[in-house]
Write a protein that binds this ligand. Structure first.
Ligand code: ADP
Ligand code: MN
Length: 255
């Protein structure tokens, strides 16, 4: 069938016949009808030419490395459509004033979640907070700028052993300035900011914007507090002379 052929093309299975490659195994896991159709949709439009590597497997999503028809590298985040994180996703979306009535269907809820992450990336960039450039979204798939060159950029957590006090100080400033800029200028909070969601590249880049939301959300202060605490605790452990998180929180939440 045409669809099978196109998806085999995207996964490079025609050339390599590597049905037991890691890529194929991980892909098989999220390989449902919607996902196949959505990838085929992007393939036909040149947005995804090839998926060739697995960047990460997570509870909610798997992230793949790929390139488009112009040879530009891309990161492709594919959400599971049958997530066990359903409750959490529902709660987060229900609290977001940007989102109207929620679909009952889990699959459709995941589509809303995907679309929201795309919008969050746009919004973060608009306020000059470093994040991957969003490229496209459809259904449960988000395509974004690939951070890295041949290899993906490492996470802060992956390189912390190689860093020195001065590096941690700069990264702490970067993280705090990002929290502040997002909140004050963008009326926004990331909500899952940690050493796992900061990529170390020429400049640090904040990823994983699925939980991010706006100030008007009734959960936003909780999320702001969480981000400040996580960042403060982490960098304090790394020997940075951090600001008091309670003071910082009150300073931001006060207005
Ligand atoms: P999760 O919700 O599973 O934590 P993330 O958005 O944090 O999803 O992505 C998981 C991992 O995939 C990241 O830790 C990072 O290693 C990699 N990754 C995600 N986005 C990109 C990107 N744009 N460029 C390079 N690597 C990425
Ligand atoms: Mn993450």
């Amino acid at each position: 069938e045409r669809l099978d052929r196109e998806i085999a093309e995207v996964l490079g299975l025609t050339e390599r016949r590597e049905k037991d490659s890691e890529l194929f195994k991980v892909f098989s896991e999220v390989f449902d009808k919607t996902t196949v159709e959505t990838i085929t949709y992007f393939y036909r439009r040149g947005k995804i030419e090839r998926l060739y590597g697995v960047l990460s497997t997570g509870k909610e999503a798997n992230v793949f490395a790929g390139y488009d028809s112009n040879g530009n590298k891309i990161a492709v985040k594919i959400y599971r459509t049958y997530t066990t994180e359903f409750r959490r996703i529902w709660e987060y979306l229900a609290a977001d004033p940007r989102i109207g009535s929620l679909p009952r269907d889990i699959r459709k809820l995941v589509f809303v979640w995907t679309r929201r992450e795309y919008k969050n990336l746009q919004r973060a960039l608009k306020y000059a907070v470093r994040a991957p450039e969003p490229i496209a979204f459809r259904n449960n798939i988000l395509i974004m700028e690939f951070i890295g060159d041949d290899l993906p950029a490492p996470r802060l957590k992956d390189v912390e052993k190689e860093l020195e006090k001065g590096d941690f100080e700069e990264l702490y400033d970067f993280a705090m300035r990002s929290i502040e800029k997002l909140w004050k200028r963008g009326d926004m909070v990331h909500g899952d900011l940690s050493e796992y969601n900061i990529l170390i590249w020429h400049e640090p880049v904040i990823i994983d914007w699925s939980q991010a939301t706006v100030k008007r959300n009734r959960m936003s202060l909780t999320l702001l507090y969480r981000d400040i605490r996580n960042i403060t605790n982490y960098f304090a452990r790394k020997g940075v002379d951090v600001e008091d998180p309670e003071v910082k929180f009150r300073e931001l939440a006060g207005d």
